[in-house]
Design a protein around this ligand. Structure first.
Ligand code: PLP
Length: 464
């Protein structure tokens, strides 16, 4: 027998665990003082790491100390209050602690039988969400947590492909999405075997919403050519401008041709927690599947994507394979949900725990307050942009993303972007609309306060 591995016993785990939590609490406390976007160059982080793996275990304190020496300088601080780039990836205290508990439990919830609480809590909190978001009845009892909106959309594509005849039908299947759809849509379609020349990119209105008349026209043309329109993918809250596709009209067209309608509300979906934002749900009763990401704007740390499917049989039949070693009486009796049949991987961790912690810690009213602050500040920022003739708004502010550019042209817009980002106080990203760079201010950070938005606006004005 060789050496025993140096497992942490419960006492040692407690001691080191407190230190790790202390370290994190200190990190949270200094988030406002760190440069939001790291200035490191490629290779800088690796240059600080030991060339080879340690042969013998080290003191845990040495590992923790290296977080400050090696890791923090190479991080872009997504939880910093001056983070306005991409869309937010909200982390929160209760979700962080839930992830810690989930890791410590180390359970694997691939089937109800492998840990009933993992499955039943997931079903339950997703039903809570379906009710609080006021999702159509067809999605109640039909939710699952995926790692990402990309995976959720891929699963929707696989279910739609199955319903349309599966692999045998593949050579004729055609999918439709807007030119503003997220890249994960094309990726999911490609992974499912739909080639680019059978993915129709539908034109948008001046507000960047998919045109239902163009969709209908393209579908009719494809049908004339003997092809099978099998899927339409709409977006509620596009990545560039949070444009809202006309889901009801698209659903009507899709239903007429037996095509599956999937709705990607990755970022904006959380806002439906607020009754006054329920216009975001318009037409959803005609959707076959729906995804939104609590890991973006609902205070639930990455990764947590909530996917709802009306026709769960298509999804399960597309993804279920039962080898001998997974047989068990509960599954055979058909009385339980086995989430392995709702996703691509087999194994699954206990993500529902963090939704449960978050919803119970904040309460629905607390979550609404989180959203409403951002909506209000985005409306204010929109007014400030409108009132300054050096800038022009390029799209309506629908939720908490404000998209605008410098009236002086592309070089001036890029200069504003670079200057703000180099300040270290705030971080923005740009998109391209009608061939022109456009600034995006995505307001939604867990720690962002109104004065951070004001500071950002001052930085933008000074850079103008
Ligand atoms: N869909 C939309 C509209 C998005 O904005 C994003 C990411 O920002 C995604 C999908 C991808 O999300 P995920 O990283 O969860 O795959």
């Amino acid at each position: 027998m060789g050496q025993r591995p140096n497992h942490m016993d419960p006492d040692e785990f407690r001691r080191q665990g407190y230190k790790a939590v202390d370290w994190l609490a200190d990190y949270m406390a200094r988030l406002d003082d760190l440069p939001v976007k790291t200035p490191v160059e490629p290779g800088d982080v690796r240059a600080k790491l030991a060339v080879s793996a340690p042969k013998h275990g080290e003191e845990f304190s040495a590992v923790l100390a290296d977080l400050d020496r090696v890791i923090v300088p190479g991080l872009t601080h997504w939880q910093a209050p001056g983070f306005f780039a991409y869309f937010p990836a909200n982390a929160s205290g209760p979700a962080t602690l839930a992830d810690l508990v989930s890791s410590g439990l180390g359970t694997q919830g691939m089937m109800w039988d492998t840990s009933p609480a993992v499955t039943e809590l997931e079903q339950h909190v997703l039903d809570w969400l379906a009710v609080e978001l006021d999702l159509p009845e067809r999605f109640r009892g039909n939710g699952v947590i995926q790692d990402s909106a990309s995976s959720s959309t891929l699963c929707a594509v696989l279910a739609a492909r199955h319903r349309a005849g599966g692999i045998e039908a593949l050579p004729t299947l055609v999918a439709y999405t807007s030119e503003q759809a997220h890249s994960s849509v094309i990726k999911g379609l490609r992974v499912a075997g739909i080639p680019d020349d059978r993915i129709r990119i539908i034109a948008t209105t001046p507000e960047y919403a998919m045109r239902a008349d163009h969709l209908a026209y393209e579908i009719v043309q494809d049908r004339k050519h003997g092809l099978t329109p099998f899927m339409v993918i709409a977006t509620v809250g596009t990545t560039s401008t949070t444009a809202i596709d006309p889901v009801g009209e698209l659903g009507w067209v899709a239903a007429n041709f037996d095509a599956w309608l999937h709705v990607d509300a990755a970022f904006a979906g959380t806002a439906s927690l607020c009754p006054e934002m329920r216009f975001l749900n318009a037409g959803l009763e005609s959707a076959d599947s729906y995804v939104f990401n609590p890991h973006k704007w609902m205070l639930t740390n990455l990764d947590c994507s909530a996917f709802f499917v009306a026709d769960r049989a298509s999804l399960n039949n597309a993804l279920s394979i039962t080898p001998e070693y997974l047989h068990n009486p509960a599954s055979e009796a058909g009385t339980v949900v086995d989430y392995r049949d709702w996703q691509v991987p087999l194994g699954r961790r206990f993500r529902a725990l963090k939704l449960w912690f978050v919803i119970r810690h904040y309460g629905v009213e607390g979550l609404r307050a989180h959203i409403r602050r951002h909506l209000a500040w985005a409306a204010e920022l929109t007014d400030w942009v409108k009132a300054d003739d050096r800038f022009e708004l390029v799209a309506p502010t629908v939720v908490s993303l404000v998209s605008f550019r410098h009236a002086g042209g592309d070089t001036a817009t890029r200069r504003v972007l670079d200057t703000v980002n180099q300040s270290g106080r705030a971080y923005l990203t740009a998109t391209t609309l009608n061939g022109q760079p456009t600034l995006r201010v995505a307001i939604g950070g867990t720690r962002t306060e109104r004065h951070h938005v004001e500071e950002l606006w001052s930085l933008i004005q000074s850079a103008a």
